[in-house]
Design a protein around this ligand. Structure first.
Ligand SMILES: *Cc1c(COP(=O)(O)O)cnc(C)c1O
Length: 417
């Protein structure tokens, strides 16, 4: 970053510090990843200079000779990759994308059904502190206490009783396959619009490592920066029937000018996701996640739903004798970055819950494979032991071992020395 280093060395040094941190840590926050050098380059371009309110061929500002082509390319690639009729690539991020869906299909006060937040749903699926829960009437479904999985009979009963206009499926802490066909059947029964929010699993869907909601959900929302490995942004994909309503909701309903530099980054990520190597990547994420789940289980970690089908693992640490938050903090010091999280039916407070959530998307991008997962589980176990014993030197020792291992696994966009 020669220009930035010369103009603002203070900020350049902070970014360099963050890059080193990302290089040296085992990054297991389930919503994070490492984008490619190509995505980084496309995202940091002169496209940030351009205003483009409207859609290709129908803009409110002149000078769209290139931006129209860039946005159209992103849309075409999304349609091709996911096999959808229509894609809107303008939402600034996942939350605004979901809000646009509310604007398209609901009026204030209307009922919306989503998975409750402490069970793994997202804030924007009608949780009380979110605008979506304040301005609309939320109806919630849970996971079964016995299995830790969504019980579609419960979903159906609630849907038939409450008759929401929109049903969301998908979430932020769901370690199991989402049964899109099952949700679609319920939505059809009550004439609701089914929205599949695949923010977490979009890369797995694109790579064939998770069933696709296409053909089941009326509307599909996704972020572009989680398993899909693009820049921070979002897309809304729909059947032809709902295309106009969704486009109108995104602009002019909710947003102004699209972030063209992000659109370019999304276009690059979608091209990458269409490569055979990305299919391998998606399947490797799941293989790593399953291997890690097995290794953690062998070490006495209690996994929500008993394991995983995707990139994500949710562990209840009650049996380990430590809360999720102190564990996450200790693991961070030990070079293992993840987040504390509620587990279903958590008896502790959301800000100090019983669990941790982790994912394998980022470490798979670094090139780690199944054989490394027992070591990762061993480090996690040792770090938690060290945390309980207040053994800070032990945590630092693990951080050193983690950084040593990662020195052999290149980080896209950054060279350590
Ligand atoms: C991450 C996520 C979002 C929100 O995305 P932001 O880009 O953080 O606004 C929405 N829905 C689900 C299921 C998510 O996991």
């Amino acid at each position: 970053m020669p220009g930035l280093t010369a103009a603002d060395p203070q900020l350049a040094a902070l970014i360099e510090g963050e890059a080193r941190r990302q290089h040296d840590k085992l990054r297991m926050i389930a919503s994070e990843n490492y984008v490619s050098q190509a995505v980084l380059e496309a995202s940091g371009t002169v496209l940030t200079n351009k205003y483009s309110e409207g859609y290709a061929g129908r803009r409110y500002y002149e000078g769209q000779q290139f931006v129209d082509q860039i946005e159209t390319l992103a849309i075409e690639r999304a349609r091709e990759l996911f096999g959808v009729d229509h894609a809107n690539v303008q939402p600034y991020s996942g939350s605004p994308a979901n809000l646009a869906v509310y604007l398209a299909f609901l009026s204030p006060g209307d009922k919306v059904m989503g998975m409750s937040l402490p069970m793994g749903g997202h804030l924007t699926h009608g949780w009380s502190v979110s605008a979506t829960g304040k301005w609309f009437t939320p109806v919630r479904y849970n996971v079964s206490k016995e299995t830790g999985r969504i019980d579609l009979d419960e979903v159906r009963d609630t849907a038939l009783r409450e008759r929401p206009k929109v049903i969301f499926c998908g979430g932020t802490a769901v370690p199991r396959i989402i049964d899109f066909a099952g949700f679609a059947e319920i939505a059809r029964e009550i004439g609701a619009v089914l929205v599949a929010d695949i923010a977490h699993i979009a890369g797995l869907v694109a790579g064939g490592a998770h069933p696709s909601p296409v053909g089941h959900a009326d509307v599909i929302t996704t972020t572009t920066h989680k398993t899909l490995r693009g820049p921070r942004g979002a897309m809304i994909m729909t059947t032809a029937e709902h295309a106009a309503a969704v486009d109108k909701a995104v602009f002019p309903g909710l947003q102004g000018g699209p972030h063209n530099h992000t659109t370019a980054g999304i276009a690059v990520a979608l091209r990458e996701a269409a490569e055979p190597a990305f299919r391998e990547y998606a399947h490797q994420i799941v293989a790593n996640s399953k291997a890690l789940a097995t290794a953690l289980t062998e070490r006495g970690f209690a996994l929500s739903s008993g394991g995983t089908d995707n990139h994500l693992i949710l562990a209840d640490l009650t049996g380990k004798g430590i809360g999720g938050k102190p564990a996450a903090q200790a693991l961070d010091r030990a070079g293992i970055e993840l987040n504390y999280n509620t587990v279903p039916y958590d008896t502790r407070k959301p800000f100090d819950p019983s669990g941790i959530r982790l994912g394998t998307a980022a470490l798979t991008t670094r090139g780690l494979t199944e054989e490394r997962m027992p070591q990762v589980a061993a480090w996690m176990d040792a770090a938690i032991d060290a945390a309980i014993k207040d053994d800070e030197a032990g945590l630092d020792r693990i951080a050193g071992e983690v950084a040593d291992l990662l020195a052999d696994y290149p980080m896209p966009g950054f060279a350590r020395d």
